[in-house]
Design a protein around this ligand. Structure first.
Ligand code: HXC
Length: 261
């Protein structure tokens, strides 16, 4: 992997951990960090040693406290639109990486921080995490996909309440409304994310990959088109060794040994 100023990367047992690391600004996403995330996810797409990705925040206090307000303060309308489009493209790259991506939310996930977590497949939160879309207090709406992904995750009514009030919610409330999948004590956050990654990696990789694609594609189209897509990827998996191995292992009453082929 190439070198980064605002991101840390480590990889172990097939899990790549990306840490957004600007702790002095509570890991706020400035343009340099967005460009680094773009490069990082291009590299991760090509890196066969990394099977699952975890995104977390550096320091104790924050996952990501939003887009960098100091950089946005003097933007023109055109610059604002281009900034939103740039980060949206990077977040879509994260969302569509053909490998699972888990957000391990260790603290503040506000504005662009909540939005990057929602571009991940699964969110695991520390009890200390706080979520919110406080943009309306700054005179703007969310611009990194928040109005769209929040409504898709928690429903229209709850999304609108969070978007209109700018209120912060704690991890327990985020869990209650379906914004996060799991809540852990802070010390166990990364281990919990890694355990989930390991469990996912023990399943048939191509099957997991097509599940991700089918959910993502399906949520953008009508049910008829979505289930038609599902039938295609279902059929495709019968061309894999892992389908044969999975079903043979079941019949032989032994654990499967998947190869990802
Ligand atoms: C730039 C930020 C920042 C941000 C925090 N900092 N959030 N800098 N952009 N989004 C900086 C602070 O200025 C401060 O720098 C340092 O980080 C520590 O923050 P404090 O405010 O001193 O910490 P605390 O009092 O504990 O409050 C934590 C906080 C607060 C509640 C998270 O920092 C906060 O409200 N931050 C802004 C949250 C927000 O509005 N996010 C949405 C941004 S808009 P100094 O130099 O003073 O130490 C957005 C839009 C996305 O995300 C779409 C765009 C198209």
């Amino acid at each position: 992997m190439s070198t980064y100023e605002n991101l840390l990367f480590e990889s172990e047992d097939g899990i790549g951990i990306v840490t957004i690391n600007r702790p002095k600004a509570l890991n706020a996403l400035n343009a340099a960090t967005i460009h680094e995330l773009d490069r990082m996810f291009d590299e991760l797409a090509q890196n066969d040693a990394v099977k699952t990705v975890i995104i977390t925040g550096g320091g104790e206090k924050s996952f990501v406290a939003g887009a960098d307000i100091t950089e946005m303060q003097k933007m023109s309308a055109v610059e604002g639109r281009n900034w939103a489009k740039l980060a949206q493209a990077v977040f879509s790259k994260i969302e569509n990486l053909p490998k699972p991506v888990i957000a391990a939310v260790n603290g503040y996930a506000l504005g662009g921080g909540c939005e990057i977590s929602m571009a991940c497949d699964i969110r695991i939160a520390s009890e200390k995490a706080k979520f919110g879309q406080p943009e309306v207090s700054l005179g703007i709406p969310p611009g990194f996909g928040g109005t769209q992904r929040l409504a898709r995750l928690v429903g229209k009514g709850r999304a609108k309440e969070l978007l209109f009030t700018g209120d912060m919610i704690d991890a327990a409330e985020a869990y209650r409304i379906g914004l996060v999948n799991k809540v852990t004590v802070p010390a166990e956050l990364l281990n919990t994310a890694k355990a989930m990654a390991q469990k996912i990696m023990s399943r048939a990789p191509v099957a997991v990959q097509v599940c991700k694609a089918a959910v993502n594609e399906g949520l953008d189209v009508d049910l008829k088109t979505g289930i038609a897509y599902e039938a295609e990827v279902f059929g495709l998996c019968f061309a894999t060794d892992d389908q044969k191995e999975g079903m043979t292992a079941f019949v032989e009453k032994r654990p499967p040994n998947f190869t990802g082929k």
